[in-house]
Design a protein around this ligand. Structure first.
Ligand SMILES: [Cu+2]
Length: 118
């Protein structure tokens, strides 16, 4: 009985850690071309991307996580949904955007990133 309780506690704290406490390492990229994001271990890396307002941007996603969670990336504000091939690269073309912050994420929002347009 004791063991089960401990296992339950560990599980609960893991869940809390994952959803509320864990912050992906924030790496900022400011660039207009050759932006690459690696999708692995539950994080986009980098997860903060600075791009220029008013011009098209191409971001290349490199997916290394085989879980179905990683198989899609969504940019809800510009209505882009892109499937990412496992162990492959996929370029996503973003239209010119106004300055602001635009989140992007997987379909379940476990992978999270933000585009900073300025
Ligand atoms: Cu997901």
């Amino acid at each position: 009985m004791m063991m089960i309780n401990i296992a339950g506690l560990v599980l609960i704290s893991l869940i809390i850690w994952w959803f509320w406490l864990y912050k992906p390492k924030e790496v900022e990229v400011s660039s207009t071309n050759d932006i690459k994001i690696v999708v692995n271990n539950g994080v986009y890396q980098p997860a903060r991307i600075k791009i220029k307002a008013g011009q098209q941007t191409v971001i290349q996603f490199i997916r290394k996580d085989s879980s179905p969670c990683a198989s899609m990336v969504l940019f809800p504000d510009v209505e882009i949904t892109q499937e990412l091939p496992f162990n492959g690269n996929k370029s996503v073309l973003l239209p010119p955007m106004k300055s602001g912050e635009y989140p992007f994420h997987c379909q379940m929002q476990m992978y999270k990133g933000i585009l900073i347009v300025e």
